[in-house]
Design a protein around this ligand. Structure first.
Ligand SMILES: [Zn+2]
Length: 288
């Protein structure tokens, strides 16, 4: 065998090894997935099982990453799912939110909340934040969530463009930062996001890092201006309970709201509710 024949033999052998390898890979491909994981291992965590229906897309994402990426990625995806699970926990949480302050009703409102060991969320307007900085400081010290409601509360001015929406929220954010040293990214747009917050507007505020919250219980306290808002609120909460949905209650810094707030809180405490402030880790409730 000369050198040329030898080289040919070697090449033929190499080729057969490659072909054999490829055949093996093709034969075993359906049962042997990449990264040495077996099909059994992938099915084991059943990530989708414990995730609420609204988060099914997150679950799917996690499953996909489980197949293609490392375990740390799965953990990250599941952490995103946690706050929503918190919303549906057995603890019976309720999130009271107060809009349009701080004003002459807020001090008494804070006193009631403190007496009931309840924390809440305040969606505040920039001019009132500046005017009532001591109340803002008190809110922070007492563990409430500080949040933004813009500047003008004027339908035409606020929603004039995506830039006016951003400008108003940025100004409210700065006012809180100047007092507390902390940035808040929780926002509620005046009169709620429907129908004024177009997909383009929403994209703009999300890009800026803002988390937009609407509500699923409207106390109508601004309409009743008296005791009747308590029954209205309790009735809406009862309806949500049937679907196991955590109530996010819209209220306002109004003297009449504060006056009957103990009545509302007493009833909710009897029903086993705990009052918490919204956090930036939670999945916002939105009308869209
Ligand atoms: Zn408002």
């Amino acid at each position: 065998m000369n050198r040329q024949q030898k080289r040919k033999r070697v090449k033929e052998w190499e080729l057969s090894v490659i072909v054999a390898f490829m055949v093996t890979v093709i034969l075993f491909l359906p049962t042997n997935l990449p990264l040495g994981q077996t099909a059994g291992k992938i099915e084991a965590p059943t990530i989708n099982k414990d995730i609420p229906p609204s988060l099914k897309h997150v679950g799917k994402k996690a499953e996909l990453h489980h197949i293609t990426l490392s375990g740390s990625t799965i953990k990250k995806e599941l952490e995103i799912a946690t706050p929503k699970e918190e919303l549906q926990s057995d603890e019976k949480l309720i999130f009271l939110t107060f809009d349009d302050g701080p004003n002459n009703a807020t001090e008494a409102l804070l006193d009631v909340l403190s007496k009931y060991d309840a924390t809440a969320t305040f969606f505040m307007l920039e001019p009132l934040i500046k005017k009532n900085d001591e109340l803002v400081t008190k809110m922070m010290e007492e563990g409430h969530s500080l949040a933004l409601h813009g500047v003008t509360h004027d339908l035409n001015l606020f929603y004039a463009s995506k830039q006016t929406v951003l400008d108003e929220m940025n100004r409210a954010q700065k006012a809180i930062r100047d007092i507390t040293g902390k940035d808040s990214n929780l926002i509620r747009t005046p009169y709620g996001s429907m129908p004024h917050m177009t997909p383009e507007y929403i994209m703009a505020i999300e890009k800026e890092g803002y988390l937009m919250w609407d509500w699923n219980v409207d106390s109508m306290d601004w309409y009743y201006r008296g005791e009747d808002y308590v029954d209205e609120t309790l009735q809406q909460i009862r309806q949500l309970e049937e679907s196991d949905i955590t109530p996010i209650v819209l209220l306002h810094d109004l003297v009449t709201t504060v006056e009957y707030l103990p009545q509302l809180l007493d009833t909710l405490i009897d029903k086993g509710y705990t009052f918490k402030g919204l956090t930036e880790e939670m999945q916002p409730v939105q009308f869209h």
